[in-house]
Design a binder for this molecule. Structure first.
Ligand code: ADP
Ligand code: ASP
Ligand code: MG
Length: 448
């Protein structure tokens, strides 16, 4: 079997869903499990709805839900879905209204946010099932929450892979019988059945979890670009397609801003060696990018791609009195651990440590505790640039070329990744796109 995951724009309207149906129907011999995201922008709208629920403005809530309803109704009409296949969509909107009433004027909680945000995938998957039905393709809707068991870290729940494997097995006979199965990305549930999500962009991760659980021969990620490219094509329009990449390269790029793949996607797949293939829903004839342990490209360019992640905050801790003393790093990391704040990029010297965080919601408490260790400085609105390629460490002069290319930019912090395949540094967020373009011209001069 194979897993075919379709992202937000790939289910964004009736025309996109029609493409999806054709693409999946063409792959039916391979027994596809279809994993879908919410229609584009719907998850953002649901996050906003959760804020409206907290604010308690009943008419604004009703307006927002009616807008969501209209967007799905337009798609259902475009797909000419019969009323009977539209009934579950009506039930979902009734449940969403009920959740809004139940939570009215109560402050948001991560648990409620996951409940509300999860409606996007439930809705889109019903539209997709309806589209298959309307075209007489045998199809079954599957509730991902009954298989994707997670812990209760709402907002970024951790999947329990062995339970997922056991629970997903019941899909195999359905797939073997030649029925297309459609399920949701992004959502799961705790053992007690409380809805959770895997975090924003998490549908790719869901696809990988299903792929690993079912021993898929590959996991296809269908999106709105040709594959993994040498830079975000929105920033560098002339970016080129990578025919292949390793799991490590893809993971580094994803972790540092290449939104095309969720950073955890490869995790469940590495052990079984299941490849990921990124494909373009709007140009299915193109080959896409193959991602595996060893892509067999001996003489690939040392630098494969350049990514940029905005919205990063840099925290610097200086403690001159720690010179020659031990325990400095441990004391710093204990603070982050205690407040459950994830650290991304790290650079150290003997008496100072710089690191970056994405999520600043608990930063005030972190800083208070860090002040007990040393002087603390904070710089917001920064971005991480990552230059990624497995040849970076072996190829002399890459760092020099990087710094020449960006000589006139103020680089604030440099970190050579512990893996052999990246070089990361911090710049002001506003400088990010120009830096990516300058680096791209340096390493891919033929397309500049
Ligand atoms: P989906 O909704 O299908 O999951 P996303 O919006 O999450 O799609 O990811 C696709 C987007 O990722 C592309 O539209 C592109 O702008 C962006 N992107 C960022 N970096 C890269 C890269 N290196 N290669 C390809 N796309 C990239
Ligand atoms: N719909 C979710 C999001 O927008 C998950 C995804 O698209 O992967 O974050
Ligand atoms: Mg995505």
């Amino acid at each position: 079997m194979i897993v075919m995951k379709f992202g937000g724009t790939s289910v964004g309207d009736a025309a996109a869903i029609e493409r999806l149906v054709t693409i999946v129907a063409d792959a039916r011999a391979e027994q596809p499990l279809v994993v879908v995201s919410a229609m584009s922008k719907i998850t953002n709208a649901l996050v906003a709805l959760d804020d409206l629920i907290a604010a308690g403005d009943a008419s604004a809530i009703e307006y927002a839900i009616a807008e969501l309803e209209a967007r799905h109704a337009v798609a259902a009409d475009g797909l000419q879905l019969a009323a009977i296949t539209q009934a579950p969509i009506g039930e979902l909107f009734a449940a969403l209204r009920q959740a809004a009433v139940a939570g009215l004027s109560q402050p948001s909680s991560p648990e409620r946010r996951d409940l509300i945000c999860g409606f996007g995938e439930l809705l889109s998957s019903r539209l997709v099932v309806g589209a298959f039905d309307a075209r007489r393709v045998q199809v079954e809707w599957f509730d991902a929450r009954s298989a994707i068991t997670t812990d209760d870290h709402f907002g970024a729940a951790i999947p329990r892979e062995s339970e997922i494997e056991a629970r997903a097995q019941r899909l195999l006979p359905v797939l073997t019988a030649g029925r297309v199965v459609v399920t949701q990305g992004f959502i799961g549930a705790t053992r007690d059945g409380v809805p959770t999500t895997l975090g924003r962009g998490g549908s790719d991760f869901s696809a990988a979890l299903f792929g690993a659980a079912l021993g898929a021969s590959r996991v296809e990620i269908w999106t709105d670009v040709d594959g993994l490219m040498s830079a975000d094509p929105r920033v560098v329009p002339e970016a080129r397609l990578l025919a292949s990449a390793t799991y490590d390269e893809a993971a580094e790029l994803a972790a540092f801003g290449a939104k095309v793949l969720h950073p955890a996607t490869q995790l469940p797949l590495v052990e079984a060696g299941i490849p990921i293939v990124i494909r373009n829903t709007f140009a299915p004839e193109r080959p896409g990018t193959w991602i595996r342990a060893d892509d067999g490209e001996e003489d690939a360019l040392p630098v494969r791609s350049i990514s940029f992640k905005p919205g990063v905050t840099v925290v610097q801790i200086r403690a001159p009195r720690m010179l020659g003393a031990y325990g400095f790093l441990r004391r710093i990391f204990e603070v982050f651990e205690r407040h459950e704040v994830v650290v991304d990029v790290l650079a150290t010297s003997e008496v100072s440590v710089s690191l970056t965080v994405d999520d600043v919601s608990r930063l005030d408490a972190v800083i208070r505790d860090l002040r007990l260790v040393g002087e603390v400085g904070v710089r917001a609105q920064r971005g991480v640039i990552a230059v990624v390629g497995r040849g970076i460490r072996e190829t002399p002069g890459i760092a020099a070329r990087v710094y020449t290319a960006i000589a006139d930019v103020n680089v604030e912090m440099i970190s050579q990744g512990a893996s052999a395949s990246n070089l990361t540094f911090i710049v002001k967020e506003a400088d990010g796109p120009a830096v990516v373009r300058a680096l791209h011209r340096t390493f891919f001069p033929e397309v500049a």
